[in-house]
Design a protein around this ligand. Structure first.
Ligand code: UN1
Length: 511
């Protein structure tokens, strides 16, 4: 076996200054791998660990371990698999405070959100475990006598899971727990910014008793480790959450190498505020949707589409709210907006702000700059930013920014609001604030998005409902809920002929 093996079970990997891989039941570090440092984005002097940039050979070892474990796991009855997932959920609940703090330390989002991230994984464990007793198929009589038709779910095989940093426990859980309950074995590559969250998620499964090789963890960059997963010849399915650009590469490579692929990519989500909306409620929703998680959710509110009759009042409120948002280290009380995940991403957000101001010609109503005074000096903070006078052709209207930047667009009617919302390459989440039930129903029908909130912000999806989007956001799959099972399973149809003779469908019973 390549690499020194570190057995860190129990006390473990979390205490280590190295984020270890987990392959075939052993914690390990690939010999000679480049080291990727992981720092706290709120204070980069806080070095959390180094993770290996796992090369293709390490990915191959993980895939081989997953392949070897697959037949036995596939034959394990789903309610038995569910017991392990239930225990993993219980373990995460016991460790919730520590895991939540780790989420905040690694990815910067405020502690209540860090805890929420872990809670989402716990919820997902309950859901996936329940599915262990709901692996139902359909049965039907045949068109021929003395013949029976059955269908049931089977696992896909070895699944490569490539997950983002912004929900570093929840998204591995969405993908991983549904993959496992269906009987797949997995190779998880967590985001390089949040390797220890990946370690903690896997450690919960290991401590819950998942058999060796069923769950494997490989750290690394997208360019090295992610690429090796996507191109590997013995992976059956890749499930990816991240940018649309990378998603297109993942999809085309999986297509060329004959793998299944599920994608959860970008968003440019909008909240509509109609003239009859409760503006205080709409303001709370927009503030949370745009500046919570520093705008770094696929579901974040990035466009505020406001009816002209309440436009000025709404702008005044949101600008005032943005100016008063507490920005800082997510461990501090009352912080709504934490740091941007890393310097590259912060520079990208600042560049979009420049584009909005200079190229697009929108009006910068507040924010628009890096914050680096005092306690913020060592982090990647961007002041909550609002642009007004944004119109449909502008880049800040169209492109995903993934930062605390909100573009306000003025419209004159519900139809124009929905048309403006739909004028978008993505279609993940959306929201409308109105007290008119007919307007709400029309919006529900006409909005092109996977998720629609009525009188709620664009963020806050629950694990038991389908999660995903249309257009450039995905490729037709829905994670979590009952629909997540469809990503990670295949249907097998079985015909049982007990007539004792050859019966030819469509022929012997032809009219
Ligand atoms: C994401 O941003 O990729 O609905 C996931 C929400 C969360 C999940 C977001 N429950 O905002």
């Amino acid at each position: 076996m390549a690499g020194a093996a570190y057995n860190t079970y129990g006390k473990g990997a979390y205490m280590s200054d190295r984020a270890l891989n987990y392959i075939g039941g052993e914690w390990c570090w690939p010999d000679g791998a480049a080291e990727i440092p992981c720092v706290n984005p709120a204070d980069t002097r806080d070095v959390i660990c180094v993770a290996p940039d796992s090369p293709a050979e390490e990915v191959s070892r993980a895939v081989a371990a997953a392949r070897a474990a697959y037949p036995a796991w596939k034959r394990t009855p789903p309610p038995e698999r569910a017991k392990i997932i239930t225990r993993a959920g219980q373990i995460m609940a016991e460790r919730k405070n520590a895991m939540g703090a780790l989420v905040t330390r690694e990815c910067g989002k405020p502690l209540p959100e860090g805890l929420g991230d872990v809670q989402e994984a716990i919820d997902m464990a309950h859901l996936a475990a329940g599915e262990g007793r709901r692996m139902h198929g359909k049965t039907a009589p045949s068109e021929l006598p003395d013949k029976l038709c059955l269908s049931f779910r089977e696992p896909k095989g070895v699944c490569g899971l490539i997950t983002p940093w912004n929900f570093p426990v929840a998204i591995p859980a969405w993908k991983g727990l549904h993959a496992l309950i269906c009987g797949n074995t997995i190779v998880l590559k967590p985001a390089e910014d949040t390797p220890m969250c990946g370690v903690e998620f896997v450690r919960a499964l290991v401590d819950a008793g998942v058999p060796k090789g069923v769950v494997n963890l490989v750290h690394g960059s997208g360019e090295v480790t992610g690429k090796a997963i996507v191109e590997h010849g013995d992976i059956d399915l890749v499930s990816f959450t991240g940018s649309t650009q990378t998603g297109c590469y993942v999809a085309s490579t999986c297509g060329a190498t004959g793998k299944g692929v599920s994608l959860e990519c970008g968003g440019k989500n909008a909240q509509i505020v109609m003239d009859d909306a409760n503006l205080d409620l709409a303001l709370e929703g927009a503030t949370w949707g745009a500046f919570g998680t520093a705008g770094q959710r696929c579901t974040a509110t990035s466009r505020l589409i406001v009816h002209e009759k309440v436009h000025d009042a709404m702008v005044e409120r949101i600008v005032n709210a943005a100016k008063n948002v507490k920005v800082g280290n997510g461990m501090d009380d009352g912080v709504l907006t934490g740091p941007i995940i890393n310097e590259t991403q912060m520079r990208r957000v600042l560049e979009y702000i420049r584009i909005g101001r200079d190229d697009d010609g929108a009006t910068l109503a507040c924010g628009g700059e890096r914050m680096s005074d005092g306690a913020l000096a060592h982090g990647w903070f961007v002041r909550p930013t609002v642009f007004t006078g944004v119109t449909r052709g502008m880049r800040i209207f169209k492109e995903e920014i993934f930062g605390p930047v909100l573009s306000v667009v003025k419209v004159g009617s519900l139809d124009e609001a929905v048309e403006t919302l739909n004028d978008c390459a993505y279609g993940l989440s959306s929201s409308i604030y109105t007290q008119d039930v007919n307007a709400a129903m029309r919006a529900m029908r006409d909005i092109e998005a996977g998720i629609v909130y009525i009188n709620g912000p664009t963020i806050g999806a629950e694990v038991h409902m389908p999660f995903g989007g249309v257009k450039g956001t995905g490729n037709g799959h829905r994670e979590a809920a009952w629909t997540g099972l469809d990503i990670f399973s295949e249907w097998k149809t079985v015909y049982v002929d007990y007539s004792g003779k050859l019966q030819r469908a469509q022929i012997d019973n032809a009219e």
